[in-house]
Structure formats: structure tokens, C-alpha cells
Ligand binder design. Structure first.
Ligand code: DAH
Length: 343
């Protein structure tokens, strides 16, 4: 009786194991047979109810059967898991011959590049970088630069006032106020370059923008002459626009320099013969400069009898437009990627 039951369970189990199609089915089969309440376990327990004489034989048979089933289970388990792994590998495989996604690499805005170029050139001449404030006091933007409240030169720089009272606060119209702040804080020798944003109440058109960039330069040292100023600017022009560019200084007026000049570079398009870019005269204006006015030294507490120096200021957009042939200043700020990515 017991032997029959055992035989039946064995052949049923062997068939079921062979038919199991996945490791999951096989596992529940194993629990159903060998688990605590499994069929084989129950059968083994029933040996205790047999007659004493039958027990040794039954026990031996039962153990053999359990070992046979266990061996069969583990063989089938190995088969199935190998097959499942192979199936997983082939279904999840990557096609490494597909082209990858190219990362989009950006770059600095053209104005940032030009500012960096200018700063690098002057750093090479031993200048240090300074920073000022974009919201300035009237004193620094105008008065200390020799432009008292009624000075006509003020009207050339239409101004955004933030507060209208005795200590007027305004958006700086140029980077020149940095000259005053530096001289108040430091003593000569000074070799300073200062890039930054400036603001004027101008309506945007191809050559005007209410916000633009300047780079200011200031030198104060012993024995500085106008020739040092010219040599410095020539060195800058040659590094920025090329060694064959010529430089011309024209007398001009700035309240904070005396004498003052505007600086022209021989046209980078026609080389000086005259073309549409230079308006036919062969020269392009690039910056203003001059020897620091004694009144400015007085305003910062430097003795004008012992101090001498020069200053210059240039528009970054203007330099960039000349160098790269851009004809509308608004292109810098419209954020059109088709424009920006060209540079
Ligand atoms: N601040 C002047 C402007 O915005 C430019 C300038 C001219 C700066 C002469 C200077 C200078 O330092 O010496 O128009």
C-alpha cells in the first residue's frame, strides 16, 4: 500500500518536474512536494503509523524516493535557469552599433569672449582687474570726474536716475566712476582695467542700446607721458585687430582728461583706402582717452603736482562689431541662437 503510494507520487512528480516550464513553476512544485505540508513530507510522516515490521523497509524506500526527486528538481532547476538567463540576455541586449547622442556643448557669448580678449591683452601688460558698481552715486559718475551738476557734458549721457534727491543714485552711464573708487581705495602705482555694464536712456536702434558694455583703463605712476598712452593703445590695437593696423589720435574733449583724444584704427575692412564700413575715410573710431585731469586727482586726494597718469574707455559692442563685421548692436541681446552660435 505504502509502496504503491510512493511509486505513484514519484512518477507523478518526475513527470511534473519534466513538464515545468519556468523556475517559478518548479519552485511551487518543490514546495508542494517537499515543503512542510508537501505531499512527500506527509507521506514520510505516515511511516509512523505503519506496523513496526514494515517501517525499516518503508523508510529506506521513502528516503531513496526523496533523494531521487530532489536530484531531479535541482537538475531541472539548473536547466531552466540557464535557459531563462539566455532568454533575458538576448531580449535585453543593446545594439552598440547605434550612434550615440551627441552632447550639446555651448560656449561663451561673443561679448564675453571679446571682454576676455581685452582683459587678457591688458593683463599681459601688467594691468589688474577692478570692479565697480552698476548703481552709482552722482558724485562718482559725474561730479568727481569733473562734471559738476550744470556741466554740459552731462547731457551727452542721458541717464537713468534711480532716486532724485541730493545724493542722486543712477545707473552708471560709463565705467569711468571706477577710476574714482579705485583711487580712493588704493595708492599709486595703479594699472587697472575694468570691464562692465553701463546704461543710457537711449532708444534701441542699430547703433544704440540702453545697456551696453565698456572697458575702462587707468594708469597712475611716476613719469607717465602721452607717449606711454599711445604706445599702450597701439599694443592693444595690434593684438586685438592685427599687427598691420595703424592708430590715429584725434583731439577731443572729455571732462576728466586733459588733453583728451579719440582713437581711430585703420579700417579693418579696406585697410585704410576707404570703403562703406569706414564711411570712405579709412579710419574707425574705437575709444576715448587722455591724461588724467588734475581736478580729478584733487577730488580723490592725490596731489596733482606729483601724480600723473592716463585713462581710456572703450565700448565692447563697438569693438566686437568692427572685428566681426556685425552691423546691428541689437543682435547681441536678442538671444537668437542662429546669430550667437556663429561666434
Ligand atoms: N567714459 C567715456 C564715455 O563713456 C569714455 C572715456 C573717455 C573714458 C576718455 C576714459 C577716457 O577713461 O579717458 O564716453
Amino acid at each position: 500500500m505504502f509502496k504503491d503510494k510512493l511509486e505513484k507520487l514519484k512518477s507523478k512528480s518526475i513527470a511534473a518536474i519534466a513538464a515545468a516550464g519556468s523556475t517559478q513553476t518548479l519552485e511551487s512544485l518543490r514546495v508542494n512536494l517537499l515543503g512542510r505540508k508537501g505531499e512527500l513530507t506527509q507521506l514520510l510522516k505516515s511511516i509512523g503509523t505503519l506496523a513496526t515490521a514494515e517501517r525499516p523497509e518503508a523508510g529506506k524506500l521513502a528516503n531513496e524516493t526523496r533523494q531521487a526527486i530532489e536530484a531531479d528538481l535541482s537538475r531541472r532547476q539548473a536547466e531552466l535557469s540557464t535557459a531563462e538567463r539566455a532568454e533575458q540576455l538576448s531580449s535585453e541586449s543593446l545594439d552598440i552599433t547605434l550612434p550615440g547622442r551627441k552632447p550639446q556643448v555651448g560656449h561663451g557669448h561673443l561679448l564675453t569672449q571679446v571682454i576676455n580678449d581685452i582683459v587678457r591683452i591688458f593683463a599681459g601688460l601688467g594691468y589688474k582687474i577692478a570692479e565697480g558698481l552698476e548703481a552709482e552715486l552722482d558724485w562718482y559718475n559725474f561730479e568727481a570726474l569733473n562734471m559738476p551738476p550744470d556741466h554740459p557734458a552731462r547731457s551727452l549721457q542721458d541717464t537713468f536716475y534711480l532716486k532724485k534727491n541730493k545724493d542722486d543714485v543712477l545707473l552708471r552711464t560709463h565705467t569711468s566712476p571706477v577710476q574714482i573708487r579705485i583711487m580712493e581705495e588704493q595708492s599709486p602705482p595703479l594699472y587697472i582695467i575694468c570691464p562692465g555694464r553701463v546704461y543710457r536712456r537711449d532708444v534701441a536702434d542699430p547703433s544704440h542700446s540702453p545697456m551696453f558694455h565698456q572697458v575702462e583703463g587707468l594708469v597712475v605712476d611716476k613719469g607717465i607721458t602721452f607717449a606711454d598712452l599711445r604706445g599702450t593703445l597701439e599694443s592693444f590695437v595690434h593684438q586685438m585687430f592685427g599687427a598691420d593696423r595703424r592708430v590715429r589720435l584725434r583731439p577731443h574733449f572729455f571732462a576728466f582728461t586733459e588733453p583728451s583724444a579719440e582713437v581711430d584704427v585703420s579700417c579693418i575692412v579696406c585697410g585704410g583706402n576707404g570703403c562703406r564700413v569706414c564711411g570712405g575715410n579709412g579710419w574707425l573710431e574705437i575709444l576715448g582717452c587722455g591724461m588724467v585731469d588734475p581736478n580729478v586727482f584733487n577730488n580723490v586726494g592725490y596731489d596733482p603736482e606729483t601724480h600723473v597718469g592716463f585713462a581710456f574707455g572703450m565700448g565692447v559692442e563697438r569693438i566686437a562689431m568692427l572685428k566681426y563685421g556685425i552691423n546691428d548692436i541689437r543682435s547681441f541681446f536678442e538671444n537668437d541662437i542662429r546669430f550667437l552660435e556663429q561666434f
